[in-house]
Design a protein around this ligand. Structure first.
Ligand SMILES: [Fe+2]
Ligand SMILES: [Fe+2]
Length: 385
């Protein structure tokens, strides 16, 4: 037997023995369905496993991963039969640690294909360094006249509502601070990454960019309603939240096309399969993992990495860092009430828990709804690719 044949036979025997061992352990302890199905969460998203402390999510997930040769529809049907809502069933896929590792590897490989401009990465590094000054930032941005112009366009838009036109980067830094200018620089650089054309009749990178601007706009309006100080960070979190899909596109177009092809929709265009389940079946990770990994690669603040990583399941983010993920969770739903990319939204309700996390009531949602269209026109014009 050749070495490679031996290796593949060994791998498949090991996988099936390990999978059945773990699966029987899961079955004997009754964890598989209890974890996902036993909570009172109202909106049908993922549930914390903390309620069942003995549950080893890693073991359950690994067994599921190794055994994942079943078609997505079969997985969904079997989960439905077990009373597991669609979005909850995602957590039965690859464990988060494994999936994040897959995502990190993918992101490292594609750094030469698509990344933020050098100057933007330099801006992030510089602002994170406590020894940097406004003068350093001004000098760095000044090296890229096109970026400088885009930053000034954002600064002078209705987004900031400044009383006078700002004509220079150093004035913008003085008025808004280093951190806000860094966030604007990132926002002004992102459009270039949402390229790649139409993948199929189910996905177009341009449509995702429009959706990202809509979610960013709703997130910013929500942050204002919630009286949060970092509205530009909320905007950026919205802009970034689904960027993991672009990582998938650039990692392997055929696999992403497969994930979209695996999706099924009802007559209203509502997905009847969780997109993350479809992504995990082909990539071993979903766009939340890829987005989080990209943020870490770019050395973004942790809050942004968590917004990407947990915009579908904010309750799984660390307790002290759930505000931005909840903000994006709500903004994603508000932004798609009329149109826009919503293949990844199997459940579209906004639970009370989400409003409580931001300290707002339902009237705040209505206020955002009433302002969204006009604010979106402005943001789209400012960030046009
Ligand atoms: Fe998403
Ligand atoms: Fe989204």
């Amino acid at each position: 037997m050749s070495k490679s044949v031996f290796a593949s036979v060994f791998a498949s025997v090991f996988a099936s023995v390990f999978a059945s061992k773990v699966a029987s352990k899961v079955a004997s302890e009754g964890r598989g369905s209890t974890c996902a199905g036993g909570s009172e969460y109202v909106a049908g998203d993922n549930l914390p496993c903390a309620k069942f402390p003995s549950c080893s999510r890693r073991e359950v997930a690994t067994a599921s991963t190794l055994a994942r040769k079943r078609p997505i529809v079969a997985v969904a049907a079997s989960n439905a039969a077990e009373g597991i809502p669609m979005e909850q069933s995602v957590k039965q896929g690859t464990s988060s640690d494994d999936a994040l590792q897959i995502a990190h590897l993918a992101v490292k490989q594609l750094s030469h294909i698509a990344t933020l401009p050098e100057v933007t990465l330099g801006i992030i590094e510089l602002v994170e360094n406590p020894n940097s000054s406004a003068r350093d930032l001004n000098a760095l941005i000044g090296r890229d006249p096109a970026l400088s112009a885009r930053i000034l366009k954002v600064v002078n838009s209705a987004f900031y509502g400044l009383p006078r036109q700002i004509g220079s980067i150093d004035r913008a830094i003085a008025l808004l601070g280093l951190n806000a200018v860094k966030n604007i620089a990132i926002a002004a650089s992102l459009a270039k990454l949402f390229r790649g054309g139409a993948l199929s009749d189910r996905f177009d990178a341009k449509e995702l960019w429009s959706h990202s601007i809509a979610v960013a706009t709703a997130a910013k309006l929500l942050a204002k309603e919630a009286r949060m100080s970092s509205q530009d960070e909320a905007f950026l979190a919205g802009l970034m939240h689904d960027i993991g899909i672009m990582v998938e596109l650039q990692t392997d177009r055929a696999k992403l096309a497969q994930a979209f092809a695996d999706m099924q929709f009802d007559a209203d265009g509502q997905p009847t399969i969780d997109f993350r389940t479809a992504e995990r079946a082909v990539f071993g990770a979903d766009h939340c993992h890829f987005g989080e990994a990209l943020c870490e690669q770019w050395k973004f603040p942790r809050s942004l990495a968590l917004a990407c990583g947990h915009h579908h399941d904010p309750m799984h983010a660390p307790a002290e860092s759930r505000q931005i993920p909840w903000l994006v969770f709500i903004a994603d739903r508000l932004a798609t009430e009329s149109e826009g990319f919503r293949t990844d939204l199997a459940a579209r309700g906004i639970p009370r828990e989400a409003l409580d996390a931001l300290g707002i009531g339902p009237e705040a949602l209505d206020s955002v709804r009433s302002q969204l269209a006009a604010a979106l026109d402005e943001a789209s014009a400012t960030l046009a690719a």
